[in-house]
Design a protein around this ligand. Structure first.
Ligand SMILES: [Zn+2]
Length: 158
């Protein structure tokens, strides 16, 4: 078997649950079999390091989550590309709870992008409580605005 260099994960037991940190590309070559064998009573999945997901990767992940139907799962630090999947494919989230997600802000002056981590308490009811604009630290002049509609961005949370 050829090792899959595009995708890596770390498994770390933490108190009553196990944290799985995903890194890289989730596609047709990604194998979640090892993740199923953790036997953890609860899982926390960190998506921060995921750089891309294609349709095969989504299908594999959806099946993985379905197989763990009886295990509580939390998603943390979901980057925009994962949030987009959660909005388009509700079964990508399934029974999992999203505990935090990154929101992309873009400067109207210099186009610098910044990801801001938002905890579930600020988006959990489908009515996001996040700043409309931020001052750009890069150019010091522009205003950073959310790239997209906040309600649509957090549609998965409803
Ligand atoms: Zn700027």
């Amino acid at each position: 078997m050829i090792p899959n260099e595009k995708f890596k994960f770390e498994v770390k037991p933490e108190g009553g649950s196990t944290r799985i940190t995903l890194k890289g590309v989730i596609d047709e070559d990604t194998d979640f079999e090892a993740l199923k064998k953790t036997g953890a009573p609860a899982l926390v999945v960190n998506f921060k390091g995921v750089t891309s997901i294609n349709s095969c990767g989504i299908r594999t992940w959806v099946n993985f989550v379905k197989e763990l139907q009886s295990t509580p799962i939390q998603y943390e630090e979901c980057p925009p590309l994962v949030v987009r999947q959660m909005n388009m494919v509700p079964s990508f989230v399934g029974h999992a709870k999203v505990s935090s997600a990154f929101v992309p802000y873009v400067c109207d002056n210099c186009e610098t992008e910044k990801l801001v981590l938002v905890p579930a308490k600020d988006f959990g009811n489908g009515n996001p409580n996040i700043p409309e604009t931020l001052k750009c630290e890069s150019c010091g002049e522009g205003e950073m605005e959310i790239d997209g509609n906040p309600k649509q961005y957090f549609a998965f949370a409803k």
